[in-house]
Ligand binder design. Structure first.
Ligand code: FAD
Length: 452
């Protein structure tokens, strides 16, 4: 038995760069082959094993930010991406999507926003172009249409399974998304099958839904925005509300995000969380549409969206809701007060006067605890009830009870394995456009240092 190894040009990744990998093949009986025959065999080998130094899995902002830093450090690597660069933004957002964080807080490494509209909110098409240009700018070695279906240990290396074969890697960075598996709440399975139901990431626009009223389940940033869009399109909208912070879009003329940055709110570390479950809380209710304005329970109620408590399940054509809307509203108010206290404490040391903000009085609405699908004319249901981690394909013992990776600064306990883009990985800002670059720099430094 003989192991043959040879370097081949793996892919012409761009006009300016080609990537070379080392391939190995075990030949069961190579005795007696002369050099020319062996060479011919090497070329004919179909099921080759490719090996790379660093494999980054995922070509979103987390994977690309890591790739940018490794490129600066001249570490050979490849980015294995299921679809195209920024695939999540391309195919898992609705048509009218725009950023909720102002453009000036796009702090991607090598691509800090310096465009004409720092206070604006990039619409989806421009955001995708932004990602593509960024990736092109440093010739990111992205290998598209390459879904990794399994990562397992292989001695001191890792074995990655793809539809096209297997790859060995010395180092693996898992950067497959902050929002992975859309979550359907308990009781979802009891919804009658003839009601069209979809996840927020499958929703495109109001016209694509069947006629009739729409029930939106989940009242985070996405749920509120979809409820507003559907209402504006003339639909009757029911919003089944959960627990989420709301924020005023601006205070004293400054965007709320500016206050979060300056006060250190986004630099809070995971130990400041009240519980591990808090990692699942939705992003603040607000919007970047129309140059940005407030969008929360009070605003939606004034518009005419019918607010309900938590969705509790269906019995026949009856939909049940908890009688907990007041508690959910109070929860959102309390979390806003928490944020304000961080802002009020965090600004003075930086010489910034804390903002003036008048907290509105407690908000109470009469709610129904049941709807009838036929009588209320409900034609579709959109689940916007959050996400859960989905790392089942990473066959290594590095996950906590909730399925989040156990890591410190992105490093897992298995040497050579790293994570990126995880919620609260290092800080509150770890999974957003503002903060992912800082984590990528830390992870890339670990990788570089592990080689010296
Ligand atoms: C609705 C919504 C709105 C948001 N708005 C903002 C905002 O305004 N501002 C902000 O800063 N942040 C926002 N975020 C948060 C965050 O910026 C995004 O979630 C962002 O997409 C996270 O980047 P990522 O690289 O970690 O993950 P993703 O962008 O999801 O990238 C992961 C990549 O990995 C690929 N992949 C997944 N599995 C595999 C596999 N097994 N093999 C190979 N490839 C794989 C995917 O195709 C994808 O391209 C928003 C999030 C959501 C859900």
């Amino acid at each position: 038995m003989v192991v043959v190894g040879f370097d081949v040009k793996w892919h012409q990744l761009s006009a300016r760069r080609e990537h070379r990998v080392h391939r190995e093949q075990v030949l069961p009986d190579a005795a007696g082959l002369d050099v020319a025959e062996l060479h011919r065999l090497q070329i004919k080998i179909a099921a080759v094993m490719e090996s790379v130094d660093v494999a980054i899995i995922g070509g979103g902002q987390a994977g690309l930010a890591t790739s940018w830093h490794l490129t600066q450090a001249r570490v050979d690597h490849v980015v294995l991406e299921s679809g195209r660069v920024a695939e999540t933004w391309r195919s898992r957002r609705w048509d009218s999507f725009c950023l909720v964080t102002p453009n000036q807080f796009i702090h991607l490494p090598g691509a800090k926003y310096d465009g004409p509209d720092p206070d604006g909110f990039l619409p989806l098409a421009q955001l995708v172009d932004y990602f593509q240009s960024w990736s092109d700018s440093f010739d990111a070695p992205v290998e598209g249409n390459s879904t990794v279906t399994k990562v397992e240990a292989d001695g001191a290396r890792f074995l990655l399974t793809l539809a096209s074969g297997a790859i060995k890697a010395r180092t693996v960075v898992v950067a497959t998304g902050a929002y992975q598996l859309p979550y359907r709440p308990a009781g979802a399975e009891s919804l009658p099958r003839d009601v069209v139901q979809l996840f927020a990431e499958e929703y495109s626009n109001p016209a694509a839904l069947p006629p009739g009223a729409v029930m939106v389940v989940g009242s985070g940033q996405t749920g509120c925005q979809l409820a507003e869009e559907l209402h504006q399109a003339g639909r009757k909208v029911f919003l089944a509300c959960g627990r989420c912070i709301w924020v005023p879009r601006r205070m004293d003329g400054r965007d709320i995000f500016w206050w979060m940055v300056e006060s250190g709110f986004l630099d809070r570390t995971p130990d400041k969380l009240p519980s591990p479950m808090a990692r699942l809380l939705g992003n603040p209710q607000t919007t970047g549409h129309g140059a940005g304005y407030d969008l929360n329970y009070r605003v939606l109620h004034d518009l005419g969206v019918e607010l309900l408590g938590r969705y509790a399940g269906a019995e026949g054509s009856t939909l049940h809701f908890a009688d907990d809307l007041a508690a959910s509203i109070d929860f959102g108010d309390a979390r806003l007060l928490d944020l304000l206290s961080v802002i009020n404490a965090g600004c003075p040391p930086k010489g910034i006067t804390p903002p003036t903000f008048d907290m509105p009085p407690p908000f109470r609405v009469k709610t129904r605890t049941a709807l009838d699908i036929a009588r209320d004319g409900i034609g579709s249901v959109i689940w916007t009830s959050g996400y859960r981690p989905d790392y089942g394909w990473v066959k290594l013992p590095v996950f906590d009870d909730m399925g989040f990776p156990q890591q410190v600064d992105g490093c897992a306990s298995v040497p050579g394995l790293y994570f990126m883009g995880v919620h609260w990985m290092r800080k509150n800002k770890s999974s957003i456009l503002y903060g992912v670059g800082e984590d990528a720099e830390v992870v890339a430094r670990h990788i570089v240092e592990s080689r010296s």
